[in-house]
Write a protein that binds this ligand. Sequence first.
Ligand SMILES: [Zn+2]
Length: 426
Amino acid sequence: MKKTVLFSIMLLSFHVTVFAQTAFDSYKAKRDSAFQAFEKKRQTAYDSYNAKRDSAFAAYIENRWQTYLKVPGVSLPQSPKSLTKNTIVIPKINADENPDVAIIDALSNEGISQEQSVKIALEIIDSLGIDAIREGQVIGIASELTNPAKPVVVTYKVDSIETVALLQAKDNRYVYTESREKVKEIFTTYKGTVGDPISRNILPTLNAMANGTAKQGTPFSALVKKDGTGTDKIVAIDYNGVKVFSFSEGRSSALNVFYTSNGAAVIKSKYRFPLSGAYRKTSGFGIRIDPFTKQRKVHNGIDYAGMPSGSSVYTVADGEVTESAFDRLNGNYVVVKHRDGLTSYYLHLKENGIRKGTNVAAGQVIGKVGSTGRSNGPHLHLGIKKNNEWQNPEKILGTIGAPQLSGDRLQTFNTQVKEYSALFSL
Ligand SMILES: [Zn+2]
């Protein structure tokens, strides 16, 4: 009797277990199939999105290429169909390196020979300056199918105002042309307070306007120029009822800073820029590809080019000339020891305009731009030492405008002020 009861209980428990197992299996099968259906749907949607995105991107690139290839003066050696086209994105540029290192690496990684990569980088730097090479920039490359390591056309977007530059292989070098596309400029008035992200770029100017410290939270207005590509440029500022305006002559100029409506520079510094007017920075402080050896090498200063040979070179601060000499590498050079412990070096001069032992004032002419010594064209190499160690001159000097705009520059500035004032709604 006891046995029967026990057996019945066991049987019942077996049935319950079997029932529970079946229910669970059925649930699991349903769940898996629902999951598979969902997964399939998601994958299809994802594939379709990807395909759409890829085809839109391909269409965009093709469209860009057609525009590039129509630039006047460009004649391709063969029909575009016999060319392979590729796009390369400039990767992150390391803080201690010049951008030429990144572009040369990126080009070489895409199968372009080291020799051609260096030539392409040097042509961009010669034509537009080293700051024209930026992280995220898209470079277009066209090569003949038979020779992919040597591109015949290289395109890249120079700046946010839609300037498309184009290098075409001619003989043994790349020749630079550019096409400027029309972009509608939009001006808006920004009203905010010091500390807003937009205020960061103009903080030195705000500080100068506030005679020391621009306080967090103080309201200001800015006239912002948008060029349709997401890049905003502040062209006028109203702070505590005082208005200042930006001046612009060309892509890079020591004078491209803010001035009062009378043309007086807002930021006054004891350091003066060593050049006057437009220039191109062709090499920055830090590791770069040496234009002579094509190897990575530390560059102990900044190279400025683009101004005519013979342009005046100014000392950056008051001091005493400790060297005015010539040697094989530096060419004609001048060294000035300043009272705050800095020493400045001006190399490759056409001629030295000052004798050793002379006391000089900031902004005094000490020589003329030239190409003496180890140099491949007229440029000024500016070096600055502090405690016997090379410093990045950009961090010390910044860009300093003339204390006062005058002549043709003042006239151009007055026209800009009129235009900006009319657009600035306060
Ligand atoms: Zn140099």
